[in-house]
Design a protein around this ligand. Sequence first.
Ligand SMILES: *[C@@H]1O[C@H](CO)[C@@H](O)[C@H](O)[C@H]1NC(C)=O
Ligand SMILES: *[C@@H]1O[C@H](CO)[C@@H](O)[C@H](O)[C@H]1NC(C)=O
Ligand SMILES: *[C@@H]1O[C@H](CO)[C@@H](O)[C@H](O)[C@H]1NC(C)=O
Ligand SMILES: *[C@@H]1O[C@H](CO)[C@@H](O)[C@H](O)[C@H]1NC(C)=O
Ligand SMILES: *[C@@H]1O[C@H](CO)[C@@H](O)[C@H](O)[C@H]1NC(C)=O
Ligand SMILES: *[C@@H]1O[C@H](CO)[C@@H](O)[C@H](O)[C@H]1NC(C)=O
Ligand SMILES: *[C@@H]1O[C@H](CO)[C@@H](O)[C@H](O)[C@H]1NC(C)=O
Ligand SMILES: *[C@@H]1O[C@H](CO)[C@@H](O)[C@H](O)[C@H]1NC(C)=O
Ligand SMILES: *[C@@H]1O[C@H](CO)[C@@H](O)[C@H](O)[C@H]1NC(C)=O
Length: 471
Amino acid sequence: MSTSKISLCLLLCLPFFTCINSDELQILLNLKTSLKDSKSSIFSSWVSNNHFCNFTGITCNSDSSFVQEIELSNRNLKGTLPFDSICQLQALHKLSLGFNSLYGEISKDLNNCVKLQYLDLGNNVFSGSFPEISSLNELQHLYLNLSGFSGVFPWMSLGNMTNLVSLSVGDNPFDPTPFPDQVVKLNKLNWLYLTNCSIDGQIPVEIGNLTELINLELSDNNISGEIPSEIGNLVKLWRLELYNNQLSGKLPVGLRNLTNLANFDASTNFLEGDLSEVRFLTNLVTLQLFKNQFSGEVPAELGKFKKLVNLSLYTNKLTGALPQELGSWAEFDFIDVSENLLTGPIPPDMCKRGTMRDLLMLQNKFTGEIPATYANCLTLQRFRVSNNSLKGTVPAGIWGLPEVNIIDIALNQIEGPITKDIENAKALNLLFAEYNRLSGELPEEISKATSLVVIKLNNNQLTGKIPASIY
Ligand SMILES: *[C@@H]1O[C@H](CO)[C@@H](O)[C@H](O)[C@H]1NC(C)=O
Ligand SMILES: *[C@@H]1O[C@H](CO)[C@@H](O)[C@H](O)[C@H]1NC(C)=O
Ligand SMILES: *[C@@H]1O[C@H](CO)[C@@H](O)[C@H](O)[C@H]1NC(C)=O
Ligand SMILES: *[C@@H]1O[C@H](CO)[C@@H](O)[C@H](O)[C@H]1NC(C)=O
Ligand SMILES: *[C@@H]1O[C@H](CO)[C@@H](O)[C@H](O)[C@H]1NC(C)=O
Ligand SMILES: *[C@@H]1O[C@H](CO)[C@@H](O)[C@H](O)[C@H]1NC(C)=O
Ligand SMILES: *[C@@H]1O[C@H](CO)[C@@H](O)[C@H](O)[C@H]1NC(C)=O
Ligand SMILES: *[C@@H]1O[C@H](CO)[C@@H](O)[C@H](O)[C@H]1NC(C)=O
Ligand SMILES: *[C@@H]1O[C@H](CO)[C@@H](O)[C@H](O)[C@H]1NC(C)=O
């Protein structure tokens, strides 16, 4: 017990039976003062004629003598944190202050909060580097993401935090560091968020020891080398995010064992080889592998994935036809397979559940006609199939889809008229249909597509006048 604390006790409790309560009260009132800039009304209950265990956001032990939890996340708080005083709360095991506007540096006094199991300082605007915290050995949850810390992060401090379950320190401008060794020893982790915090070098093979992981996010770093095949040991993984790094090589054999994976994103890397490992990931909801060097065919199995709603594979070197049942099972939302070498017809049933918003298949070698099914896709916002080898006519309803804001069929061999259905296209901004074989006259009704900003129709066989109404 520090001398200041003893004297405070003596001062406050001589006439009373116990001094512990006044001490806890005093610490909380001090915290309230530090956060006085706040416009928040939660502190109206923080007054000395209320028992401190009844203060908003405070939870005490069973006989109401000690503060155990401070839960003040997302309360519009501004101010600095007096850890010299906060950490005198001897029984404090949860401190939750995320999603506020707390600022200033965190002092080493945080180390005196030795009972802490849960620390959330994430989503604030602190400054300076985060202190070494190796005495907080009971921590189970540590959230420091997007909180403004910089400099060297004290990875060493994690060495003895063997009970850590959640570790979230991403979205901070730390000094560049290799993947920290300490992290792969924390074998109870189920949540690891190290996105956008200047990690370089390779993913260590020991990542495969973190078999409790459900969420692994390493995106927006400078990680190079291959994805280690040991990642296939993480069979509980539900989300794996690796986008925007420098990863190379193939998807490792073993990825196939991640059958609980629902969200996988390895976009914007230098990955190559085929997608055959993905064939077994039957629980995928979203799959994003755009901007890589993948080749080979889109596996037929993707056409059977019952939960898939988002598929983004653009800018690769994929060949062959898309599975025709693709997107026909769940409430499919989004496909972007643009800028590949894909052939064959457009899968017809991606809007079967009436939920699809984006169909983006530009710059491939798709053939056949635009499936008539999309004429009923009332949710469709973007329909872009330009620069393919599509033939036939545009199913009339497509011209008049109520939500569509871009229709892009340019650079195909599409024929027939633009029909008067276009009067229903109230959201249509952009109509690109140049370099086709469209014929007939532009319907007068185009004037009722009142959102139209750009129309490109050159290099077709259209006749007649441009209706005066569209000026
Ligand atoms: C908290 O407030 C309630 C209702 O006002 C009261 O019954 C209870 O005794 C108070 N708790 C403490 C620890 O004083
Ligand atoms: C970021 O921190 C907040 C708490 O501040 C937490 O609720 C959230 O899950 C964290 N995000 C990630 C991706 O870990
Ligand atoms: C971890 O605990 C051991 C044994 O108590 C101690 O020697 C070591 O210094 C601790 N490591 C850290 C990083 O605090
Ligand atoms: C990356 O982190 C910085 C803070 O260091 C943040 O401002 C930025 O928005 C983050 N980037 C992304 C893409 O979230
Ligand atoms: C961690 O992984 C490495 C390499 O995959 C392995 O040799 C080692 O035995 C593992 N350690 C533990 C503690 O499981
Ligand atoms: C990323 O890592 C490479 C080496 O792999 C290095 O040359 C480059 O400077 C790093 N970029 C950043 C932004 O740190
Ligand atoms: C996938 O899991 C099975 C069953 O646990 C195992 O036998 C196999 O070796 C694993 N495959 C790879 C490539 O890791
Ligand atoms: C699918 O992608 C769209 C557009 O990017 C996004 O709004 C939506 O949240 C995604 N759905 C899921 C389940 O991630
Ligand atoms: C059309 O696609 C080809 C590749 O298939 C590409 O070379 C060409 O630049 C594209 N044309 C336009 C106008 O985008």
